[in-house]
Design a protein around this ligand. Structure first.
Ligand code: PLP
Length: 433
């Protein structure tokens, strides 16, 4: 009995401090995210020597079937994290999509089926709320483009934390409903995400709440590293040659990179050169524009695209994402709304995966890069699908045909079937000419 209590009381934290990404100043791991000296962003620093000594492939494989199998690489001090089954989503060998595009070895990392709210945001929120609880917050919050609000509300409900989330007022119905159902306070702000975020920064200063992507951002963002770890483990402890991922703030992109580097650093995977390709929607592509114009700074833009979940006009980690794309020999590309819809349909028709607009953006960028000869067909390529299409149904409405309405009679069915087959043949003839 006493032993159990003692074990629980022992801190098992493997992280030491928060460190400024710009000047290296160190801070105690509290709820803070900006350097007091240079205003650079803070990032969690770990004791990698200790991790190298204590973590092996076997200790990871013996862990839970969720992101928490990588707990020593995550910034929480409890051995009892909030585990709602987040992570360990399928890595699917996408042969039909690969053949369509002319690639040899293509994989989809499918976070469209992540738990509990069907987007990659469940990863970052599981980590942020576990840390929020450790730091003593009773109310959690976020500035969201939709998916983050879904995750924060759901996981807060599970953990018994009070929750108030902020979203732009014009979000898709599925995203709004998928937040309200968990019973948080929802503030629909009449403005775009960047305005929502600015408001939330002020609220964070005055209300003492834990904002997962503001004052808890250093912890939150570490959750995305698990998208890197899982791919390594699911490829049989190997790195791919290339990844393609969507960019909103750029955080996810930079943290997949950090995850890969960490596993190399502690000897869990052999070093390999991985190229990083990023995807943005043309209607909100400040990072792709900077890449194209060879700038090392981001010019903020006003978003206008159907890909609302990645519509951040002033991306916090934009410059770091640029740096990674450049130094790995990757690229950052954008596609328009019509291409995004085509991307959603292409993935659905070839692989049976229904993704949201962010995933449509990523698939369309993959296609564009292959067609431009910027991806070698021999490369092992992993494409990150980060959200579920059921949440953004508006985007494809009117582009996917209609069901055939028939009478409950055999002859009505036969007539409709014949019409459908004729239409199919005509479509094929059009493709062939
Ligand atoms: C938030 C989000 C992203 C990108 O997140 P960042 O880390 O801000 O770049 C990508 N896809 C989906 C579906 C998202 O909700």
């Amino acid at each position: 009995m006493t032993q159990t209590i003692a074990a629980q009381a022992t801190t098992i934290a493997t992280f030491k401090s928060l460190k400024c990404k710009e000047c290296g100043a160190e801070y105690e791991p509290k709820a803070t995210h900006v350097c007091e000296f240079c205003f650079g962003p803070l990032e969690v620093a770990y004791d990698y020597d200790a991790l190298r000594r204590t973590v092996t492939r076997e200790t990871i494989q013996a862990g839970p079937n969720s992101i928490w199998r990588y707990r020593p690489f995550l910034p929480v001090a409890t051995n009892n994290p909030i585990d709602v089954g987040t992570g360990m989503t399928p890595l699917v060998r996408a042969n039909r999509l690969a053949r369509r595009l002319g690639l040899k070895k293509l994989y989809i990392k499918n976070d469209a089926v992540n738990m509990p709210t069907l987007s990659f945001k469940d990863r970052v929120v599981s980590v942020a709320l576990t840390r929020a609880r450790e730091l003593g917050f009773s109310t959690v919050s976020c500035a969201s483009t939709g998916n983050l609000a879904n995750s924060t509300a759901a996981i807060a409900a599970h953990a018994g934390l009070d929750c108030c989330v902020f979203i732009p007022a014009d979000l898709e119905a599925g995203k709004v409903l998928g937040t309200l159902i968990y019973g948080p306070t929802v503030m629909a702000v009449q403005g775009n995400y960047d305005q929502v975020n600015r408001l939330c920064c002020e609220v964070a200063n005055t209300h003492g709440w834990g904002f997962v992507n503001i004052n808890l951002r250093p912890y939150y963002s570490e959750g995305s590293k698990t998208l890197g770890y899982e791919v390594i483990e699911q490829l049989g402890w190997e790195l791919p040659d290339r990844i393609v991922a969507p960019l909103a703030s750029g955080s996810l992109f930079t943290k997949i990179y950090k995850g890969f580097r960490e596993f190399i650093e502690v000897g869990l995977v052999e070093e390999k050169h991985v190229r990083f390709s990023g995807a943005q929607a043309e209607g909100c592509s400040p990072i792709a524009q900077a890449f194209r114009e060879e700038r090392d700074f981001i010019k903020p833009v006003k978003p206008s695209t159907i890909a609302k979940s990645i519509a951040i006009g002033n991306p916090a980690d934009g410059v770091y994402a640029l740096e990674i794309a450049r130094k790995t020999g990757g690229n950052i590309e954008s596609v328009n709304d019509a291409e995004i819809v085509e991307g959603i349909k292409l993935l659905a028709e070839t692989e049976g995966i229904f993704t949201e607009t962010a995933g449509g953006t990523t698939v369309a960028v993959l296609k564009k890069l292959v067609e431009a000869g910027k991806i070698d067909p021999e490369e092992t390529t992993v494409v990150y699908i980060t959200g579920n299409g059921l949440k953004t149904q508006e985007a494809v409405q009117g582009y996917i045909g209609e069901p055939l309405t028939i009478e409950p009679k055999l002859e009505s069915f036969e007539r409709a079937l014949e019409r459908a087959q004729t239409l199919d043949r005509l479509e094929w003839q059009q493709v062939l000419v």
